[in-house]
Design a protein around this ligand. Structure first.
Ligand code: URA
Length: 236
């Protein structure tokens, strides 16, 4: 584990985790294959047509979804094969819930439903107050037994981390253990990873790219622009 020494108040040195620790412990970055890079090349092109953006983003989201499902617990499940033999198999834990953060997170819902038909889907609506810049929770709709479920929290953008932290807080207050939350994310930056993992060290993040930095308007660089606007066609 990578740590940084910090000043201790009572003499003994303490250590604080660094970004490297979080990358090692909390973050699953998709393998940076040429195929993934080619998909990213389309979605990052400012001149991409909307249908190309949606199609190629969807392919990346499918890869993210599959990787996130890999992090969930499985239970033993035997089946009898056509030749009468036993295959000692596995099946998904039944207790799952996808939770898109409205609006951009809803772009990830269809791929999750395609891979896990019948999955419960909750919703959380958080928006940043234009004056205070603080995230404000407007709406939640979650299954009553959310505390017993493994949650795939869906938001393609993890920038400053404010929205993600507010959404995770909602889940934690309802009793979902940190270790049962997988944050499924399209692109992020070190600031976002650090914000989430410092506060919630048990949460895991699946992402397809870690950007260099945030610019002065809190957009990721080199980035993708406003994901929700580009995906839903509301960019001007
Ligand atoms: N939200 C976006 O849509 N893009 C960014 O780069 C940051 C936040």
């Amino acid at each position: 584990m990578t740590t940084a020494t910090t000043t201790a108040t009572a003499g003994a040195p303490t250590t604080a985790p660094t970004l490297a620790t979080y990358l090692d412990r909390n973050v699953h970055l998709l393998p940076q294959t040429d195929q993934l890079r080619a998909l990213h090349t389309v979605v990052r092109d400012r001149n991409a047509r909307r249908e190309d953006f949606v199609f190629h983003a969807g392919r990346i989201i499918r890869l993210l979804t599959e990787a996130a499902l890999d992090l969930l617990p499985f239970e033993p499940y035997d089946v009898t094969t056509p030749v009468g033999s036993t295959y000692r198999g596995l099946r998904f834990t039944r207790k799952l819930c996808g939770v898109p953060i409205i609006r951009a997170g809803e772009s990830m819902e269809a791929e999750l439903r395609a891979v896990v038909p019948g999955i419960r889907i909750g919703k959380i609506l958080i928006q940043r107050d234009k004056t205070t810049k603080q995230p404000h929770l407007y709406y939640t709709a979650l299954p009553d037994d959310i505390a017993d479920r493994h949650v795939l929290l869906l938001d393609p953008m993890l920038a400053t981390g404010g929205t993600a932290l507010a959404a995770i807080e909602v889940l934690r207050e309802l009793g979902v253990p940190e270790e049962h939350i997988v944050f499924v994310n399209f692109i992020t930056v070190p600031e976002g990873i650090t914000a989430v993992c410092e506060r919630y060290p048990g949460v895991r993040i699946v992402t397809s790219a870690i950007e260099e930095r945030l610019n002065e308007n809190a957009y990721m660089v080199p980035g993708i622009g406003d994901f929700g606007d580009r995906y839903f066609g509301t960019d001007r």
